[in-house]
Design a protein around this ligand. Structure first.
Ligand SMILES: [Fe+2]
Length: 538
């Protein structure tokens, strides 16, 4: 035990005789001893050196023992202070305890009693410090763990936000955005169903445009069933959620304009009890709500949290942004198309006889294209390219373009430039690569003797081969400045003779098929398209 008796003990008493006695005794026990005759002196010592324990009298001049105890507590709350007094009162006792005094000895005190008391409080202090250190260690470990958790959370969050953002960057139509939104919502929130409603200005009624469902057997899997329809359909065996109460809730979010989280459905909002947890997030464009994204949980223990709502809200913002950009783009696209179309009209207007030529060529091309089983995208390309195929004629002088008689070789060379000029106009706009190719190739011939590039057979884009037949047919079937429309019999003869030389034989066969059904002639008369029987292109 001797090696532990190296602590410094401070004795504070205004009676020097007492100080002498205790100094003698405790020095012999091996302790380092400091003494002071009042509180101020004691604080000076404490300020200068390390003191492990302090014995103090209460009644002293300058600063009494209770004030000293309070000062010590403020300076170092781990230092034990033992108060000794000859006249204990209840008031004093309470005050000493308030001031952080750890023990109380009543004079006269035996030296042995003092030593026992001191050893006890020092032992307690040791335990206290150890405890504080341990707690500090635990705290710093916890802090580290928390930081680590936060870091992981942030990385997780960043990944999720990136994923959400990149999900909407590759989208090309507004309809895709709705579908993508319900799919992503299902994935990030682990909902078992998600819906997207658009708010219809006219009827003020939410209108479902997309939904996604995780089938009950696959909850937690990434596979989803999707559909886009005006009304919800069968959703993998789960009972449909009562639509009317959901619609009420949607209208509530529309008017509040803020996301709604119902973590645990207690039926308070009139929601069906089989809907355990729900989130509704408004999508706004220019501060106006135009749609609501809803996510719901109908089974399992998972419930939506604030974090889920945060992700869903972020996703709704990304989706809204994407829709706004697309609307802007679609608007520009339509404007541009209208401008180009005006160009074509201007070209056709120069020549009385070619009015509506591009429009009819488009119609005939679409009839052939549909018969050959072209998909929607191909028909869209054909529609665009058909209307604009002669746009390059805007670069040909009137005296050549409108010349009634036969063209000189030089004049014909000029005319032959129009497919390339047309393609160049579109190239300047930096888009419609497929349409551009078709416009460039609409005067190519199947045997490679056409212009401008002399491409042959499959080198010529499929849709350009269709356009070529339609173009020639309409040119022969309508009046020209220099001749009347040709007889139908002769037109067909020219087309048949051109099969394999000017035209792709398969396209000629397709033309024949729709022609024989009377579809072409009826279209030429009425300008109306009919349902076409589709065959697959060989
Ligand atoms: Fe042409």
């Amino acid at each position: 035990m001797d090696d532990q008796r190296k602590e410094t003990i401070l004795f504070v008493d205004d009676e020097e005789s007492i100080l002498n006695v205790v100094t003698d005794f405790f020095k012999r026990q091996g302790y380092r001893i400091r003494t002071a005759v009042n509180g101020v002196e004691a604080m000076k010592i404490i300020g200068n050196e390390k003191v492990d324990c302090c014995f103090t009298d209460i009644n002293m001049p300058v600063m009494n023992g209770l004030d000293l105890a309070e000062n010590i507590r403020l300076h170092d709350n781990t230092m034990p202070v033992i108060v000794m007094t000859g006249y204990p009162s209840l008031e004093n006792t309470i005050q000493t305890i308030k001031n952080g005094v750890v023990d109380f000895l009543i004079k006269p005190v035996s030296l042995k009693q003092m030593e026992l008391c001191m050893r006890r409080v020092l032992r307690q202090r040791g335990l206290f410090i150890e405890n504080v250190l341990l707690k500090e260690e635990v705290r710093s470990k916890e802090r580290l763990e928390k930081l680590n958790q936060e870091l992981l959370y942030k990385v997780d969050e960043l990944n999720m936000l990136n994923k959400i953002m990149s999900s909407f960057t590759s989208i090309v139509s507004s309809a895709d955005v709705f579908k993508r939104a319900v799919d992503i919502a299902l994935e990030i929130t682990h909902a078992d169903h998600t819906m997207f409603h658009i708010i219809n200005e006219a009827v003020k009624q939410p209108f479902e445009v997309a939904s996604a469902v995780t089938p009950p057997t696959q909850i937690g899997d990434k596979h989803t069933q999707n559909h886009q329809s005006p009304r919800p359909k069968s959703n993998g065996g789960q009972p449909a959620v009562d639509q009317s109460s959901i619609l009420d809730l949607i209208m509530e979010v529309v008017s509040d304009e803020i996301p709604l989280l119902i973590s645990q459905n207690n039926g308070v909002r009139g929601l069906p009890t089989d809907l355990l947890s729900a989130m509704l997030v408004p999508l706004k464009i220019r501060d106006k709500v135009f749609g609501i994204l809803t996510a719901g949980i109908r089974e399992g223990d998972n419930r939506f949290s604030e974090k889920d709502l945060y992700y869903l809200s972020f996703m709704a913002q990304s989706a809204a942004q994407s829709i706004e950009n697309l609307a802007l783009y679609e608007n520009i696209y339509e404007n541009l198309f209208a401008t180009l179309y005006a160009f074509v009209n201007a070209v056709e207007a120069r020549d009385l006889y070619t009015r509506q030529h591009s429009s009819r060529v488009t119609g005939i091309s679409l009839i052939i294209g549909k018969h050959l089983g072209c998909n929607v995208e191909e028909l869209d390309v054909l529609n665009f390219a058909g209307h604009l195929h002669d746009i390059g004629k805007i670069g040909i002088r009137d005296d050549i373009l409108l010349k009634p008689g036969r063209l000189t070789d030089e004049e014909f060379e000029k005319i032959k430039q129009h497919p390339a000029i047309g393609a160049n106009i579109l190239e300047q706009l930096g888009m419609w690569e497929k349409e551009r190719q078709i416009i460039r190739c609409h005067h190519e011939r199947f045997d490679g003797t056409g212009y401008p590039d002399g491409l042959k057979e499959k080198q010529i884009p499929f849709l350009a081969r269709i356009l070529s037949v339609a173009d020639v047919y309409d040119a022969m079937a309508s009046d020209r400045a220099y001749r009347k429309r040709m007889e139908e019999r002769i037109i067909l003869k020219v087309i048949h003779e051109g099969s394999g030389s000017q035209f792709d034989p398969d396209i000629v066969s397709a033309f024949d098929a729709v022609y024989q059904q009377g579809i072409i002639l009826r279209y030429m008369e009425t300008g109306q398209m009919e349902d076409i029987e589709r065959v697959h292109p060989s």
